[in-house]
Ligand binder design. Structure first.
Ligand code: NAP
Ligand code: MG
Length: 491
């Protein structure tokens, strides 16, 4: 077996090992004895060096014009997406360390590049100050970058999520320290190295390693001026507490338990069931804004249940590197257990549970962190699969009678990330979406394949604070600064 690849930290323009030379191993979730590689296990000293480098690099980076930074972002986008051999190698490595299918790891790399291009495109708009001419003063309202931003990325969509915060932070004029997740660090670290080496030293620094060792050192560092965290509610709460020590502002993108509402007038022709399938099961269901509860008008319930069951049952579960595989393993045993426990609970309660999909290699299925995709029909609202974030391949379907009831059910949840409305009547879709407590709503789709990066994305309630993506995703990395002077004296 190969010893796998080894990735390093990147601090102040150089690729370096951890200060104590420590590394940790990453295994393939489809074949958990297969070592994929080792990542540097950063230390608090490494965090100190990375934050100091970012702090030193900040004034020069912030002094560049938006156009100049945008040009560099475009070069970065080209470097990470245009060499198709490199993209393919990286996607394969990413599938091996993460589990998700090759089509999705390629997609993520592409998304990261697109998001750099998109942020570069905001240059002209960002250059505009607002000017208020009124007695007793004229006021220029300008925005300025915050300084060093700490960017924390989870394992589930590590590159696409990096694309929700890294190009935005850079375009806004900040320098950064990025901490990828220990569960998927190799492809993100390699990609980040590629990015960091194209920019002035200190602008992008990378510290991989165990969060329990370096998390607080980074978030609580007095020179970190902004924290952008994506992950779970529990860790988000902790991050907020640690950041509060220095009154460091935070953006938190946390979990979700997204409701989909299928109305009586839904069009189920064409690829509708494929869209419903992808909404819930893409990336083996490990998406913060996957559809996690499906409310179906009772007049269409059987039709939706039967159609969805057929599509889910046609999926091929296996190693994500194989071209025939359409659903890979889950990423880690902890997440797998959450989902298998939910399915067990539903079965024990006598619920109508269907574990579906084709498993060509049963031995592999038993070896890896696999779970066949499951549907629970007429799910009892008290089930954990309904009440909690499953973050895996199980979807409860629940009938409703009136739209008021569907809205009440959708909103009866501590999360408020995304949602979807499935109907042929767009006015109905928009009217219903406006009543849902969510930061993002889709119409007749749900999830990454339907997301438009121009809209701000984030959640209400326990789904978090702030918004990534869009123009607002850039300006969150800046603070407002008003400059006042006598009438007619400033501009
Ligand atoms: P997690 O356990 O909260 O970890 C998220 C990130 O935080 C990882 O990089 C983790 O590092 C790091 N971390 C842990 N403790 C930390 C600390 N004390 N200080 C700083 N960083 C720390 O979440 P996960 O299991 O990776 O991801 C699953 C969760 O993320 C789900 O709840 C999902 O809904 C949510 N999520 C939300 C969004 C969104 O946009 N709203 C997107 C994707 C995922 P280690 O991995 O090294 O521990
Ligand atoms: Mg749920």
């Amino acid at each position: 077996m190969s010893a796998g690849i080894e990735t390093q930290l990147f601090i102040n323009g150089r690729s370096v090992p951890a200060s104590d030379r420590g590394t940790y191993e990453i295994f393939n979730p489809a074949r958990p004895t297969e070592l994929v590689g080792r990542a540097a296990a950063g230390t608090p000293d490494d965090v100190e060096a990375a934050v100091t480098a970012a702090h030193r690099a900040f004034p020069d980076w912030a002094a560049l014009s938006y156009e100049e930074r945008g040009e560099m972002l475009l070069k970065v986008a080209a470097a990470i997406t245009q060499d198709m051999d490199e993209v393919e190698d990286r996607a394969r490595l990413f599938t091996r360390e993460h589990g998700k299918i090759l089509r999705e790891t390629r997609l993520e790399i592409g998304r990261l590049g697109e998001r750099f291009v998109q942020c570069a495109g905001y240059a002209e708009r960002l250059e505009q100050d607002e000017i208020i001419r009124a007695a007793p003063n004229d006021t220029i309202i300008t925005r300025q970058p915050r300084g060093v931003a700490a960017l924390v990325v989870p394992w589930n969509w590590p590159l696409a999520i990096l694309g929700a915060k890294l190009p935005q932070a850079l375009m806004a004029g900040n320098t950064v320290v990025v901490k990828p997740s220990a569960n998927s660090a190799l492809a993100p670290a390699m990609t980040l190295h590629r990015i960091a080496e194209m920019l002035p030293p200190g602008v992008v620094n990378i510290v991989t390693g165990s969060a329990s060792r370096i998390g607080d050192a980074l978030i609580g560092h007095p020179l970190v001026r902004y924290v952008n965290f994506t992950g779970s509610v529990d860790v988000g709460r902790h991050v907020m507490k640690v950041a509060s020590e220095n009154i460091t502002p935070v953006t938190l993108e946390l979990g979700g338990n997204d409701a989909g509402i299928v109305c009586h007038d839904v069009d189920l022709s064409g690829d509708a069931f494929e869209r419903l399938y992808r909404a819930a099961f893409m990336s083996t269901g490990q998406i913060c804004y996957a559809m996690k509860r499906l409310y179906v008008h009772k007049s269409r319930f059987d039709e939706v249940a039967d159609g969805l069951r057929a599509v889910v049952d046609a999926q091929v579960i296996g190693d994500g590197l194989l071209p025939e595989t359409t659903m890979g393993p889950m990423n880690n045993p902890k997440q797998l257990k959450t989902v298998t426990d939910m399915i067990k609970e539903a079965r024990a309660a006598g619920q109508d549970v269907h574990e579906l999909g084709q498993v060509p290699d049963q031995a592999l299925y038993e070896e890896g962190f696999f779970q066949r995709p499951a549907l629970i029909f007429n799910a009892d609202p008290s089930l954990s699969a309904v009440r909690e974030e499953q973050f895996g391949p199980v979807l409860p379907l629940i009938p409703f009678e009136t739209e008021d009831e569907a809205i009440a059910l959708a909103n009866d949840d501590p999360f408020g990330l995304a949602s979807s409305v499935w109907t042929t009547d767009t006015d109905r879709a928009v009217a219903l979406a406006r009543r849902i407590e969510a930061g993002y709503s889709f119409v007749n789709a749900h999830g990454p394949s339907a997301m438009d990066n121009n809209g701000p994305f984030g959640g209400f309630k326990k789904s978090g604070i702030g918004r990534n993506f869009g123009y607002e995703g850039v300006t969150q990395f800046q603070g407002l600064h008003s400059i006042a002077g006598g009438p007619g004296t400033l501009v």
